[in-house]
Design a protein around this ligand. Structure first.
Ligand SMILES: Nc1ncnc2c1ncn2[C@@H]1O[C@H](COP(=O)(O)OP(=O)(O)OP(=O)(O)O)[C@@H](O)[C@H]1O
Ligand SMILES: [Mg+2]
Length: 320
C-alpha cells in the first residue's frame, strides 16, 4: 500500500514477571494504517491495547515483530520514530504545570521545531475546539483534571506528527468533559488531515470518532473493519420481540437451547426477547416456540445496533 504510515507486523510482546511467570500481552498481531485514517483500538481490560501503543511509540521493545513508521523501523531507530509519533498514554498528562494553556501549546509546537509565530492560528483553533478559551492564560496546574486531559491531547495535536496515539483519552473524565473531548476529536477526524489511533474500552468513543476499528482480545486481533461495515453487518441480525405476559420456563429453555445470542427480560406482564438471528427465517422458529406457550407477540422489531453489543458479540465469539 502506498500511503501506509504505520505497518505493524507480527507484533508480539511477552512480559517477564516474577518467578519466571510470563504474560503474553500481545500475540502476533499485524495491521497497517493509512495516512489520515482514524482508527479505534478497542478491547476489554488487559487485551493488549496499551502494550501495542507503547511498542509503537518505542516506549517498550517488542519481543518479536516489526513496526514501521513512515519508512522508519521503530526498534532500530527509535529517535527518528519519536519525531513522527506522539502518544498520550493512559492517565499520563504530560504537560507543564507552570506554563499556561497557550504556553504549553507553544512549547510543544516548539519541541517539534515549529516556531510559535507560525503555529498561532492552529493554536487558536485548538483552544477553541477544546473549549479552553477562558483558561488560555491559566497555568496547567490550576486546571481541573478533565481540562488538563484536554490540554494534553491538544498539546499532542499541536506537534503535528505523522501519527497521534491516544490511549484511553476519555478514561475517568466526567460526562461533560468526555463529551467535549470527543467532540473535538471527531472534528479533527472529520477534517481528515490527521492519522490517529485511539484506544478505548468505550465503544461509543470509537463509534463517534473512528472510521475503522481494530478489536483486540487476549492480545489478538479479532476484527479489523470499518465501523460502518460492522454496524451494517449486525443490523441484519439483531431483533427484539415484545411479548405479553411472562414466558414459561420451558419456553425460555427451548429458546436458549436454540439460539446462542439470546436475552430474555421482563416482568409478569411483559417480556422482551433480544436475539441475534443468522437468517430472517429464524423469526418463524421463534414464533413457533412462543405459540406453543400461547404467548402473544406484541411486536417484532429490528434493533438498532450499537458498537457495544457488536463488541461484546465479537469478544464472546473469539473466546470459543
Ligand atoms: N509491565 C508489565 N509487566 C507485566 N505484565 C504486564 C505489564 N503491562 C501489562 N501487562 C499485562 O499485559 C496484558 C495486556 O496489558 P495492557 O495494559 O496492554 O492491556 P490494555 O488493553 O491496555 O488493558 P486496559 O484496558 O486495562 O488498559 C495484561 O495481562 C497485563 O496484565
Ligand atoms: Mg490500557
Amino acid at each position: 500500500m502506498t500511503n501506509t504510515v504505520l505497518a505493524v507486523k507480527n507484533l508480539t510482546k511477552i512480559y517477564d514477571g516474577r518467578r519466571g511467570k510470563k504474560t503474553i500481552a500481545v500475540d502476533d498481531i499485524s495491521f497497517s494504517i493509512r495516512k489520515n485514517e482514524v482508527v479505534g483500538l478497542l478491547g476489554p481490560n488487559g487485551a493488549g491495547k496499551t502494550t501495542t501503543i507503547k511498542c509503537i511509540c518505542t516506549l517498550i521493545n517488542p519481543t518479536k515483530g516489526t513496526i514501521n513508521v513512515n519508512g522508519t523501523d521503530a526498534v532500530k531507530n527509535s529517535r527518528t520514530v519519536l519525531q513522527k509519533v506522539t502518544a498520550v498514554l493512559e492517565g499520563n498528562r504530560n504537560i507543564y504545570w507552570r506554563l499556561s494553556v497557550r504556553e504549553n501549546l507553544e512549547f510543544f509546537a516548539g519541541l517539534q521545531g515549529i516556531p510559535a509565530r507560525r503555529v498561532q492560528n492552529y493554536i487558536d483553533q485548538l483552544i477553541e475546539l477544546f473549549q479552553l478559551k477562558e483558561k488560555e492564560q491559566t497555568p496547567a496546574r490550576k486546571l481541573s483534571r478533565g481540562m488538563q486531559q484536554k490540554l494534553a491531547v491538544a498539546c499532542a495535536l499541536v506537534k503535528q506528527t505523522d501519527i497521534l496515539l491516544l490511549d484511553e483519552p476519555t478514561l475517568g473524565l466526567d460526562v461533560e468533559i468526555s463529551h467535549e473531548l470527543r467532540f473535538a476529536l471527531k472534528e479533527m477526524a472529520q477534517q481528515g488531515e490527521r492519522t490517529i489511533i485511539v484506544s478505548s474500552h468505550d465503544m461509543s468513543v470509537v463509534q463517534d470518532i473512528c472510521e475503522r476499528v481494530i478489536i483486540i482480545n487476549n492480545g489478538r486481533i479479532v476484527t479489523d473493519d470499518r465501523v460502518a461495515n460492522l454496524l451494517r453487518l449486525f443490523q441484519a441480525s439483531a431483533y427484539r420481540f415484545e411479548i405479553e405476559g411472562r414466558l414459561a420456563e420451558q419456553q425460555v429453555k427451548r429458546l436458549e437451547e436454540r439460539f446462542e445470542m439470546l436475552k430474555v427480560s421482563g416482568t409478569d406482564y411483559h417480556t422482551e426477547i433480544e436475539v441475534d438471528l443468522e437468517d430472517g427465517n429464524q423469526i418463524y422458529e421463534i414464533m413457533d416456540i412462543l405459540k406453543e406457550g400461547d404467548s402473544r407477540i406484541r411486536s417484532i422489531a429490528r434493533k438498532d445496533p450499537n458498537m457495544e453489543e457488536i463488541f461484546l458479540t465479537i469478544i464472546k465469539g473469539s473466546k470459543q
